[in-house]
Design a protein around this ligand. Structure first.
Ligand SMILES: Nc1ncnc2c1ncn2[C@@H]1O[C@H](COP(=O)(O)OP(=O)(O)OP(=O)(O)O)[C@@H](O)[C@H]1O
Ligand SMILES: [Mg+2]
Length: 520
């Protein structure tokens, strides 16, 4: 499926012999075993410009960005800065040229505090400051960019969204002139995205350059001066951004066909109660994270939990999955108590779980796709690996996982493809019959084609009578899929509404803790 180059329009900066590009890639080639990740890629970003890289999962975006910042070295081709050829042998080398990258997979040290992580690798003399001076300095930088962080917090305790904020603050702290942002908004809530975009605009006005990567097409249209589309490692199109393109056109350029993201709600009557949560409360080191939560999810029903990250969603999901014991209250799956009985028991009762933290909890990075797919199989059954191989290959095909085959190591998958492996495992019928599916942000980081596939699979699971609990910060997703919606705020359910009649303004207000109907 080769695609003709779409030269729709050129960016405004291309008019005539303007200033040299701030950073360029020239005929870059990068191979990994069995994959041509970048195939003669030309790319450049001008001073004061936002240039977006767009493409399907596994198209080669992160790989290109990694070479632009010095993390990977090209097999052939070269990089230039302000028109001069440079060789970057490490990210430190990139920093010396004012290039910093915010990575898709976090590269923070869990046991360090936020401020320790921020100064890690920077060349200034921050390490000479005492702890409180350092924390003040880091907090001030974060605040000035409208990205509040708690400098003294241990990174391991933070939510995925909070960690992303730390990554961004770290790059900004290092004083980069060229910032490579690899899906920075995937784990930010809308208000944080707006803040980030304000910063991006302020930075470009000050002459800095931004290379932006995102699968959220609305954002891409909003923020980009130019967009370059990658497909299977090759540049297949250029479009000028803002105002001259729309999300439909971008989707078509990316996947080569029209995408429909409308989904219906369950039209059929729902069945008996599969998940029963009663008066659930959880207190962690004296802080109440869940209070008095009670609700049920029925067979054939999708219940959505909306809320801003850090309001108890992760703990609620982990408690249902048996990974955390509640302080009081109970969880039952199909009438059997799972409280205090651990994650294996919950799985045996028919739970499938897609956690928020994919590479931390969901997948084992050092294991192959095949072994990751087998990870949650019923332990009482001896698995014959030769028979599951074809099944793994079928899943790789169904989910369009870009990999060399079932033996491909999870760590070496692109971000979206790693996520697809986890979804394939939890959504496929191959495991113990699923009765209850708990999914956290199932489409985060997926390209539009994959989002379509995953939403259809969730619909199928619901039609097949599974009870689904959808926990997501993507309000559009919760609103368009759920039969019933609960809003979680500070560990409490503060609003409940049928999905059909849910209003964006009301749900949004409840998420911000501003609900007149709040029962807290
Ligand atoms: N370290 C690595 N070792 C082996 N293969 C790799 C490695 N990193 C990336 N790849 C492969 O290179 C290809 C491009 O991956 P890349 O991460 O650049 O994709 P991407 O466009 O960023 O996708 P996504 O949207 O899913 O993040 C994929 O086929 C991936 O499996
Ligand atoms: Mg990527």
């Amino acid at each position: 499926m080769t695609n003709a180059s779409h030269e729709v329009a050129k960016g405004p900066h291309h008019a005539s012999g303007a200033a040299p590009s701030a950073l360029s890639a020239h005929s870059i080639v990068k191979r990994f075993p069995g994959v041509l990740a970048n195939d003669s890629v030309d790319f450049d970003v001008l001073p004061g410009e936002v240039h977006t890289l767009l493409g399907e999962n596994g198209a080669g975006k992160s790989t290109l960005a990694a070479m632009l910042c010095g993390l990977y070295q090209p097999d052939s081709g070269y990089i230039s800065r302000n028109g001069e050829r440079i060789a970057l042998s490490s990210p430190r080398g990139g920093l010396q040229h004012g290039i910093a990258m915010v990575h898709q997979h976090f590269r923070l040290v869990d046991r360090f505090t936020v401020s320790e992580n921020v100064i890690l690798g920077s060349r200034d003399l921050s390490y000479r400051l005492n702890r409180s001076e350092l924390e003040d300095k880091v907090a001030a930088v974060a605040e000035s960019y409208g990205l509040p962080i708690e400098p003294g917090a241990t990174v391991g305790d933070l939510s995925v969204g909070q960690r992303q904020r730390v990554e961004i603050v770290k790059a900004l702290y290092q004083g980069a002139e060229i910032l490579l942002l690899d899906e920075p908004t995937a784990v930010l809530v809308p208000a944080e995205v707006e803040k980030l975009f304000e910063n991006v605009r302020a930075m470009t006005q000050a002459g800095k350059s931004i290379v932006f990567i995102s699968h959220k097409l609305g954002e891409v249209v909003e923020i980009s001066d130019r967009v370059t589309v990658l497909r299977n490692g090759r540049v297949t199109g250029h479009v000028s951004g803002r105002g001259t393109t729309d999300t439909k056109e971008l989707a078509r350029l990316m996947v080569g066909r029209d995408i429909e993201l409308t989904t219906q709600r369950a039209s059929h009557a729902t069945g008996h109660e599969i998940l029963q949560i009663r008066d659930l409360s959880l207190t962690v080191t004296g802080v109440s994270v869940l209070s008095d939560i009670s609700f049920n999810v029925h067979a054939g029903e999708m219940v959505g939990i909306a809320g801003v990250a850090g309001n108890g969603q992760r703990e609620l999901a982990d408690t249902i999955a048996g990974l955390v014991s509640p302080t009081s209250g109970s969880v039952a799956i199909s009438g059997s108590m799972t409280t205090d009985r651990g994650p294996i028991h919950a799985r045996e009762l028919g739970l499938a779980y897609v956690p928020e933290d994919r590479l931390g909890m969901g997948l084992v990075p050092s294991m192959s796709i095949l072994d990751n797919l087998l990870l949650t199989r019923d332990r009482r059954v001896v698995v014959d690996r030769t028979t599951v191989r074809p099944e793994a290959m079928r899943l790789i095909e169904q989910f369009e996982i870009k990999a060399n085959g079932p033996d491909h190591v999870a760590r070496k998958l692109s971000g979206g493809n790693a996520q697809k492996v986890l979804l394939a495992r939890e959504l496929s019928g191959g495991r113990t019959a699923t009765k209850l599916l708990v999914v956290c942000s199932p489409t985060r980081g997926l390209d539009v084609g994959a989002i379509e596939t995953v939403r259809a699979l969730l619909d199928d699971a619901r039609s097949a009578g599974q009870a689904i609990l959808l926990i997501s910060e993507d309000l559009d997703e919760v609103m368009s899929l759920s039969d019933r919606i609960f809003v979680l705020y500070r560990g409490r359910v503060v609003h409940e509404t049928p999905g059909e009649s849910a209003r964006l303004s009301t749900v949004g207000a409840a998420m911000a803790g501003l609900t007149p109907e709040g029962n807290s």
